[in-house]
Design a protein around this ligand. Structure first.
Ligand SMILES: [Ca+2]
Length: 634
């Protein structure tokens, strides 16, 4: 490890974009919280959560480590004392409002967060004292109507003294981690083309990787790599083919073109990259998941009986060349909005006596996948919730679709829900138990198609009437009477449910797990709880008074362990600017510790009923008639 010398990385890139005067002022403003913090370079990121972790008390990337397991070796808070948890401090994250989705990062005794409208802030991780804020000043009025499914931002990356933030309006920014001043800014996509950025950027081998959201608008899915030092683009990988009259970008696009028909490219194609990512430095591979084909309903995509590659897939792309190494499609020729963008987790598992390097995903479609992460070979797959859209998998892992799951004008109901058995709400993996902790939805969903395809729409008919439940075999663990959402421990080796407790859901909140035999869970209804990792016993539970919650992290500062997460307002973010000071009951950062004695802030007011006039600046306008329900399709 080498000592971080403040400003070096920033200087190298900063002179490209900042005037000398701005740079000088940033230098003079610098007062590091710790004079010799350990620099976060590729080596430090690689050891995160491992036995030789250079910064075991930190949380340096969205998924805690490059395997994206959200596992921390901290154990000061553990299964013997978790009932002593209490609020240590809280912080008003500021205007912009809405459901929070961001995972904070902790480095150098500083807690970094990002709000719905991409305002980045830095707090003293011990006291909550604000160190800086950076508002990218999005043109909210112009951008909001372009955003598919909610104004959200899922997090940040940290590298070489910089905080990397994806801005909703398509920009990628590097900020000096000490001062909050911009180092470089690049353009990933334009909202004018219906793209936005909602996923957390990640660092891989000196590059920043980011995908573009917009999958339920007519967009062509892609993700891109940028040089982390300069912000210059290294490569772009499209996930679906473009106009067939133009030369395909690479062999993968040439192959994919054969799996499409009609005038698909005029409708975008889909395959948005908006959440899951992992990086294997030994294999030099980066992994992403891709969203559904666009429009949702097969009959509008011009050809049936073809797979529409590479939608609803897990992709392995070479970090150096930006070319496809392998793909695995979890839902060929999707008809149900079963994006396969969910969290990707790299595990080394002993399967049938053999050590395997695997990649796993709990997909929206209800199947938990275990693949060889070097070759893409299917190892195993199993339904982790009640499922009936497919009756099982063939020997290569291809779903055997229940013929009754296809629909047209008459509404049908099937399992799992279109919002996903699991969506973006983070899961976690504990090496001591060998379980993956998945927040799940257990309800069914109603599908019906419109007669014609309205331009720019998904082809899905909202409010189509009382659905008919489909017949055919039902697979997956049965659901307890009345249980709608849960936290469940899944054994990925044996593809078996270990335990399940009520409360959770695939959208909102999420989990982290620790060497203290704990799972910290935040539930979208505002609850925070600590559960034993081995048995699922609830040791501590508190209602924070917020809804629309973000996932928890845990960290250590000055020898004390904390748990931190953001909570929102249980409603979409508004067009009201982040600089508006009039917002009532704004979203919060909550930080818990043993024997915390701070008072919980007063609860946020309940959301206004649909159609009610706005009560203040913080209430969004009611949804337009026929607008899509908030299913988090991006
Ligand atoms: Ca979608």
């Amino acid at each position: 490890m080498r000592t971080f010398r403040w400003g070096n990385a920033a200087l190298a890139a900063g002179i490209l974009t900042l005037s000398a005067g701005t740079w000088l002022r940033a230098q003079q403003a610098a007062k590091p919280a710790n004079p010799t913090p350990v620099n976060v370079d590729g080596k430090v990121l690689r050891t995160a959560a491992a036995a030789n972790d250079a910064l075991p008390g930190s949380w340096l990337s969205y998924g805690r480590n490059q395997n994206e397991t959200r596992y921390s070796t901290l154990k000061q808070i553990n299964d013997t004392n978790a009932k002593r948890l209490g609020l240590a401090w809280s912080y008003v994250v500021g205007a912009g409002g809405g459901n929070q989705e961001g995972t904070p990062l902790m480095w150098n005794n500083t807690l970094y967060g990002i709000t719905t409208w991409s305002v980045v802030y830095a707090l003293d991780a011990r006291s909550g004292k604000e160190l800086w804020r950076w508002d990218p000043e999005i043109n909210q009025t112009a951008v909001r109507p372009k955003i598919c499914c909610g104004i959200v931002n899922r997090g940040l990356a940290i590298y070489n003294g910089m905080i990397i933030a994806a801005v909703n309006d398509g920009r990628l920014q590097a900020l000096d981690a000490i001062t909050g001043k911009p180092v470089w800014e690049s353009r990933v996509a334009y909202p004018q083309d219906l793209y936005t950025l909602t996923m957390a950027p990640r660092i891989a081998g000196g590059k920043v990787i980011i995908g573009a959201s917009g999958g339920d608008k007519p967009t062509r899915g892609f993700f891109a790599a940028f040089d982390a030092a300069t912000g210059h683009k290294a490569w772009t990988f499209y996930t679906v083919p473009g106009n067939p009259e133009l030369p395909p970008e690479n062999d993968a696009m040439k192959a994919a073109l054969k799996t499409w028909g009609g005038d698909f490219w005029t409708k975008g194609g889909g395959g948005a990259v908006w959440d899951g990512f992992a990086y294997d430095p030994d294999a030099n591979l980066v992994y992403v998941g891709t969203g559904n084909a666009e429009p949702w309903v097969q009959k509008f995509r011009g050809a049936q009986g073809v797979d529409n590659l590479y939608t609803c897939s897990i992709l392995a792309v070479d970090l150096t060349t930006g070319l496809l190494k392998w793909h695995f499609q979890t839902t060929p020729n999707d008809n149900w909005d079963f994006d396969s963008v969910q969290q990707l987790m790299l595990l080394d598992l002993n399967i049938k006596g053999k050590q395997r390097k695997v990649i796993t995903q709990a997909s929206k479609n209800g199947f938990f996948w275990v693949l060889d992460r070097i070759t893409g070979e299917f190892i195993s797959g199993a339904p982790y919730v009640k499922t009936n859209w497919a009756s099982g998998l063939d020997a290569k892992g291809r779903p055997i679709v229940n013929p009754e799951a296809y629909y047209d004008l008459d509404p049908i109901s099937l399992f799992p829900t279109g919002g996903g058995a699991h969506n973006w709400s983070p899961m976690s993996y504990n090496p001591a138990t060998g379980y993956v902790y998945i927040p799940v939805f257990l309800q069914p969903f109603t599908y019906a198609a419109t007669k014609e395809l309205a331009p720019g729409s998904t082809g899905y008919a909202f409010g189509a009437g009382t659905p008919k439940p489909i017949g055919g075999p039902v697979i997956g663990p049965p659901t307890a009477e009345g249980m709608r959402a849960a936290l469940q421990a899944w054994d990925p080796v044996n593809q078996k449910l270990a335990w399940r407790i009520d409360g959770g859901g695939g959208i909102g909140g999420g989990t982290a797990t620790t060497a203290g035999n704990l799972v910290f869970q935040v539930i979208n209804d505002g609850r925070f709880r600590a559960v034993t990792a081995d048995k699922g016993e609830i040791l501590y539970e508190i209602q924070t008074g917020r809804t629309g919650m973000a996932p928890p992290i845990t960290y250590e500062a000055d020898g004390k362990q904390y748990v931190a997460f953001q909570g929102g307002l249980g409603r979409p973010a508004t067009t009201v600017g982040p600089n508006d000071a009039k917002i009532d009951n704004p979203p919060m950062m909550f930080v818990f510790a043993l024997d915390g004695k701070a008072e919980l802030p007063k609860p946020a007011p309940p959301p206004a009923p649909p159609g009610a006039p706005p009560q203040n600046n913080n209430n969004p306008p009611p949804a337009a008639p026929g607008a899509a329900p908030e299913l988090q399709q991006r």
